[in-house]
Design a binder for this molecule. Structure first.
Ligand code: SAH
Length: 200
């Protein structure tokens, strides 16, 4: 990843603050780490790749800002913290209450006023703040939920792991909304935790 804003953001958010103290020593290795309830924080190289894909070939690369962003899967809040440095406004949705609360506690230290955490089912997106210039999901589903497409601004980009093509397994896809319609691209194979419905 050579995307400058992403590298700067990653250099300034201390990853060890987002994992258990027992794991802090591993926080700067390129590995996924458990964050509780069977969920994981992705390895830094995957997070960097995801963020770089949000900039790649778009206006955001020129302006250095992703605009208004919706994140699905707050988890421990690490990627949300990075997004808050790269965007004007960030809404991050988490379906597991203990993780929503963990993200809130972790992020309190950073005092990012442009970041809002929402407890709910991210498959529904978050209509009150739509449309979004970028929608990024950290959990893999079998499809792309329609509300995400509905809540994507013209010129916006959606990025998510999906199994839409069973032959390929889980891959990262991007969907760009242009004034002429949606453009979907498939990227590399990935292994994200499952996107689930409802809250718990
Ligand atoms: N970006 C996170 C990664 C967390 S892993 C971080 O930096 O820590 C993915 C998260 O997606 C998990 O916390 C999981 O609970 C959440 N998730 C799965 N399905 C979801 C849904 N429908 N709505 C919101 N969050 C969801």
């Amino acid at each position: 990843v050579r995307c400058e804003p992403v590298l700067v953001a990653m250099a300034s958010v201390p990853r060890h603050l987002f994992v258990d103290t027992a794991l802090a020593a591993q926080a700067y290795e390129d590995t996924a780490l458990p964050i509780g309830l069977g969920q994981t924080i992705s390895k830094p190289s995957v997070v960097a790749r995801m963020l770089a894909l949000l900039f790649d070939g778009r206006d955001a690369a020129r302006t250095g800002s992703l605009g208004r962003v919706l994140e699905i899967g707050s988890g421990c809040g690490y990627q949300a913290a990075l997004l808050s440095l790269l965007a004007q406004q960030v809404i991050s949705v988490e379906r597991l209450r203990p993780l929503h609360e963990k993200a809130r506690d972790n992020l309190a230290l950073l005092r990012r006023s442009n970041l809002r955490l929402v407890y709910g089912d991210g498959r529904l997106g978050h209509a009150p703040n739509a449309p979004y210039d970028a929608i990024v999901c950290a959990a893999g589903g079998d499809d792309v939920p329609q509300p995400w497409l509905d809540q994507l601004a013209i010129g916006g980009r959606l990025l998510a792991p999906t199994r839409a093509d069973p032959q390929k397994g889980q891959v990262l896809i991007t969907v760009d909304r242009t004034s002429d319609g949606l453009i979907r691209r498939d990227h590399e194979s990935v292994h994200f935790v499952p996107l689930r419905s409802g809250t718990a």
